[in-house]
Design a protein around this ligand. Structure first.
Ligand code: GLV
Ligand code: MN
Length: 196
């Protein structure tokens, strides 16, 4: 859903002094084959973290050849029991395919309906733009998901860290009122993310 390009390509100059909506183009004389290929999704991500999940992004920031082309991909590695935490992409619809393992994929609509299904290798899902979603490895071994986006820079609002590890932090009384709990519960959740 990014704007249409008016040239074949515009390999991003990530270091340009200014950018408006995307990045300026590298001069054609500096463009080579390597600008249009990206090996960054080959490596398994490190899932040794509280979520048991790792997202490796192939977006314009890691793969500048995507600039102005309106697409990108992620690699999602999930340890057994791992969860890619509740998040949303403000600028893109996501589709994906399970490469390995069994994964519970779900999203929640603006009417608070949860749609979810356990998928096996080769099966595909779609997450409508901007909706909160998650993936959980429900199989006995590792799981691997490849996700595709209709934006070069989908963005990700990761709810646990967005709400409980922002900088500056959201005042405890705001979070306590939102979630209808005591402020000590909020302090406890924040501490899990190294926030206070
Ligand atoms: C999965 O939902 C991802 O955004 O990579
Ligand atoms: Mn996602």
């Amino acid at each position: 859903s990014d704007p249409n390009a008016l040239q074949d390509f515009c390999v991003a100059d990530l270091n340009a002094a200014t950018s408006v909506n995307g990045f300026p183009c590298k001069p054609d004389s500096q463009v080579s084959s390597s600008d249009f290929f990206f090996s960054g999704l080959r490596m398994e991500g490190n899932t040794a973290n509280v979520f048991g999940a790792n997202v490796t992004a192939g977006n314009v920031l890691s793969f500048p050849g995507l600039n102005t082309l309106g697409i990108s991909m992620n690699r999602v590695d999930l340890a057994p029991g791992g969860v890619n935490p509740l998040h949303l992409h403000p600028r893109a619809t996501e589709s994906g395919v399970i490469i390995l393992g069994e994964v519970l994929v779900g999203f929640i609509t603006t009417r608070n309906v949860l749609y979810s299904k356990v998928l096996k290798a080769g099966e595909m899902f779609v997450i409508p733009k901007g909706l909160v979603h998650f993936q959980k490895n429900v199989g006995p071994g590792k799981a691997l998901v490849l996700a595709a986006f209709n934006s070069q820079n989908p963005g990700a609002v990761i709810l646990p860290t967005n709400l409980f590890a922002s900088n500056p932090t959201i005042p405890n009384e705001i979070l306590a009122k939102n979630f209808q709990v005591d402020e000590t519960v909020i302090t406890s959740i924040k501490s899990k993310f190294g926030s206070s």
